[in-house]
Design a binder for this molecule. Sequence first.
Ligand code: SAM
Length: 417
Amino acid sequence: MLRGVLAGRSLDAELVSAWRRHAQLDARSRAAAQDLAYGALRFYGRLHALLEVLLRKPLEDARLRALLLIALYQLDRTRAAPHAVVDHAVRACKALGLTSAMGLVNAVLRNFLRLRPALNTRVQRVETARYSHPQWWIDKLRAQYPAHYAAVLEADNTRPPLAVRVNRRRASVAEYLDRLARHRVRAEACGASAVLLEKPLPAERIPGWAEGLVSVQDAAAQLAAPMLGLVDGMRVLDACAAPGGKATHALELSDVELTALDNDGARLERVRSNLERLRLEAHIVCGDVREPASWWDGALFDRILLDAPCSASGVARRHPDIKWLRRQTDIAQFAQTQSRMLDALWQTLASGGKLLYATCSVFHEENHEQVARFLERHRDVTRLTLPAVDNDIQLPAGQLLPDRRHDGFFYALLQKA
Ligand SMILES: C[S@@+](CC[C@H](N)C(=O)[O-])C[C@H]1O[C@@H](n2cnc3c(N)ncnc32)[C@H](O)[C@@H]1O
């Protein structure tokens, strides 16, 4: 999986193909393998730098390099017994048919253990190693958040919180916390409807998930639907709806007529199954936001949510591969798509209606600057102050940075004259 990502493929795609190839693996082994892939990608900047110092010349074999990175990750960042890690790495090397490299693997890993303090001091001087992010990403964050960039980079390298949204039609947060306590699942409330679980669990094993009592959704993402100010009977468009996290939240909050649009048919299936699990209804439409003529019937919407495709720089800890797959030039491309989406949707909004623009990015180009440019292009728009929908999460100027309780998110609420 690590080799696949380093060759340019997404971790999600690698996971799917790995489980297909190794269908015999039990759930525990899968979880362990997945943990190694995520961990090594989270700290790839540091591991890469360590490996550079430990090797006399670069490795030609990508499998061998991935194997060493994984073993270094285990030695450097986990509590796995060092001798077992070295032994298993040497055996894995043999199993891969790389018998001539067994001595090298053994020597590199033992040298790491022996020279650890000096190596640490040396690589910590290099920013890409210290923060395990590409240099352009570090530079951009430093320029945009001079006071907070280091905290954001560090948060990106933590394990993300697991938050669920309680379906308030069916239970209160306090009732759900009671239920978790009965199942001995430790958790804390966060705001109006979010509950943070202390330890991660697969969705199917979260109490109440199968019966539609809760959905997995980050606490910052749970701010979107309440900010729309929904009233029963409104016509609402969720323009980038899949897999349906925010759309289902909107339907839990009010009886609106909701259209869930997305251009990815496979992801729309996930909207369908989430609606089914939660026993909710929406019109599901497959289409490209940028071309309303192909999916819009001409009836104006009272509320639009545009949760736009973005760099996902606010959720790097959930997708550590994106740090190494994104290119600096991608950001301008995302910004261009987002502005085309905003312009296309604006014509489908009723006068007096509101559009909530959201991204899970922390980069200004996709957020503040995007909205500023929209305000320059359109005269019939007012940017509203975001309603205070949650006492636990403050939204200074719409930008949330990732922290212990929630992901990085951006919100702007625009009203049509
Ligand atoms: C950030 S995700 C949406 C998450 C969703 N709102 C939720 O809360 O579960 C962005 C979505 O935009 C969709 N998308 C990307 N480009 C699109 C386009 N041109 N037209 C419609 N949907 C698009 C993607 O398929 C993806 O599902």
